[in-house]
Design a protein around this ligand. Structure first.
Ligand SMILES: [Zn+2]
Ligand SMILES: [Zn+2]
Length: 280
């Protein structure tokens, strides 16, 4: 093989993976369109829709551009003189028509046990041959797929393309982010955000309002809201400042910061949280 037309094994395998991804993406886009339709209308024609989709992709890639979409992304192509009419027809039958027939048999010929047995046998032998071909490909470096091997279609690099270089930029970025996340995971639990927020809020207040020290028994009515989460208080409790809190909001805040201040009136109490007595 000429050095200029050499295609590495990795590139050939990547091209195959990219082809599968392209088909998957288009398939997902189509499925999103089906979702809007009433269920069951198109599902009975699924093999035909898949076949049509693959045929369009095949027509736009191999037939027109002599290479699949994955190969085009990686600047690979089939040698043009290899793509004769007969071989193209064989490629279409072996890749698209065969998978269509398989789908049809699974969907509509479930009662024909003989047909199912033949199809299972063909599938099994194709898989075996694919595995053998893959090992052969790893050793020799040409014909990554069984169909390519049968047709003798070799991948060649497009003229003017250079060998693929591995870029480590992405990997370095990933490593930095992972390190940063690990650092945050270790340090964040050590920081008491409740206490920090209270200190910052107190420092930023222009004139500290005189904290009332008088104990006030809270009165609860239908419009009462928790001073922390601003929702209807569940298990209402208080700290003698006249405001009401959910038990979990208040207890959680007091446990996190023993010098907890009421967010509405800055009252700070060292006493235990107390349940609200409901007067009937
Ligand atoms: Zn609450
Ligand atoms: Zn208060």
């Amino acid at each position: 093989m000429e050095k200029s037309s050499y295609v590495s094994r990795v590139n050939q395998l990547d091209a195959d993976l990219l082809d599968k991804e392209v088909t998957k993406i288009i398939h997902e886009q189509l499925s999103n369109v089906y979702k809007e339709l009433p269920p069951g209308i198109l599902s009975k024609y699924q093999p035909e829709i898949d076949c049509l989709l693959k045929t369009i992709i095949w027509y736009c890639s191999i037939l027109r551009n002599k290479s699949t979409f994955g190969q085009q992304i990686l600047a690979i192509t089939y040698q043009k003189d290899q793509l004769t009419r007969k071989k193209l027809l064989f490629h279409y039958i072996s890749t698209i028509l065969s998978s269509y027939l398989k789908d049809v048999s699974h969907l509509r010929l479930t009662n024909h046990l003989e047909v199912q047995k033949i199809i299972a046998w063909i599938e099994c032998s194709t898989r075996m041959l694919t595995i053998i071909n893959f090992f052969r490909f790893l050793k020799i470096g040409v014909y990554p797929s069984l169909v390519d091997y049968c047709l003798g279609w070799k991948h060649t690099a497009k003229s003017g393309t250079r060998m693929r270089n591995v870029g480590y930029d992405y990997m370095n970025r990933e490593l930095i982010w992972t390190g940063f996340l690990e650092f945050l995971t270790v340090t964040l639990p050590l920081v008491n955000f409740h206490s920090m927020r209270r200190k910052i809020t107190n420092a930023l207040k222009p004139s500290v309002t005189q904290q009332h020290s008088k104990k006030q028994e809270p009165a609860m009515n239908i419009n009462t809201k928790c001073a922390i989460c601003l929702q209807r208080p569940s298990l209402p409790h208080h700290i003698n400042c006249g405001h009401i809190f959910c038990y979990y909001c208040l207890k959680g805040s007091v446990l996190a910061d023993p010098q907890f201040q009421c967010p509405l009136c800055d009252f700070s109490s060292s006493e235990e949280v107390l349940p609200v007595k409901i007067k009937i």
